[in-house]
Ligand binder design. Structure first.
Ligand code: 13P
Length: 251
């Protein structure tokens, strides 16, 4: 059965010392506790190795927020999937709307990144989601389907079985304007249908689909109560243990 996952995306916040302290604080809060979801933290690249060695990675998975679309070589400033895996990270967030919008990431690049992540044993947390204009134009289902098809539908069913999806409507990210639980459910059910059409029920039933966009302690329970919402990708509210723990405990 698919897993429930609560993943934090720290984005470009916290220097190294602050990041280690936050990770340790979360580790301490989870120690000796049983929670009903997998917990992941997505840190900046330079934090990965230190964070992975400061926490119990059996309890908290570590994620990068990106990786290169090339395996290795003369790509100044890039960080490969192999390098990410060598830090002890087990996940990589790919296709976040901020990377698509500000760094020109397109479906073709994301396809390469996904293949490299999988080849290096990382679990991609692959982000999809429409912009406000697209929703207002009634295009949100088409856009999300297209994002999935263009980057992921060359994968075999076995490869796709390793993907976690995160539906993050762009208009809900960092705006305080969460999608309603019904809007999230509607899109997640649609996504599962798209997966069913391509890969069949086994894959669609077993794919974790997370919701992201202004999720917080106050709305997590309702979002997670929906049958096709398998967790959250949490930005702002993952930056404090007092705000992140209640989301984890919403399961
Ligand atoms: P916020 O939770 O800050 O809206 O960010 C969501 C997000 O982009 C997670 O990847």
């Amino acid at each position: 059965m698919r897993k429930n996952i609560v993943a934090g995306n720290w984005k470009m916040n916290n220097n190294l010392q602050e990041g280690i302290a936050l990770a340790k604080e979360l580790n301490a809060a989870l120690a000796g506790k049983t929670v009903n979801c997998d917990v992941v933290i997505g840190t900046p690249f330079i934090h990965l190795a230190s964070v992975a060695s400061a926490i119990d990675t059996g309890k908290i998975g570590v994620a990068a927020q990106n990786c290169a679309d090339k395996a290795s070589g003369a790509y100044t400033g890039e960080v490969s999937a192999e390098m990410v895996a060598s830090t002890g990270a087990k996940y990589v967030i790919l296709g976040h709307s901020e990377r698509r919008a500000y760094y020109g990431e397109n479906p073709e690049m994301l396809k390469e990144k996904t293949l490299l992540a999988l080849a290096n044993g990382l679990t991609p947390i692959f982000c999809i989601g429409e912009m406000l204009e697209e929703r207002e134009a009634g295009e949100h289902f088409n856009i999300v389907k297209w994002q999935i098809e263009e980057s992921l539908f060359d994968l075999s069913a076995k490869e796709f079985g390793k993907i976690v999806l995160a539906y993050e409507p762009v208009w809900a990210i960092g705006t305080g304007k969460t999608a309603t639980a019904d809007q999230a459910q509607e899109m997640h059910a649609f996504i599962r249908d798209v997966l069913d059409g391509k890969y069949g029920k086994d894959v669609s039933d077993n794919t974790s689909i997370l919701y992201g966009g202004s999720a917080n302690a106050a709305n997590a329970k309702e979002l997670f109560s929906k049958p096709d919402v398998d967790g959250g990708l949490i930005g702002g509210a993952s930056l404090g243990v007092d705000r992140f723990m209640p989301i984890i405990e919403a399961f």
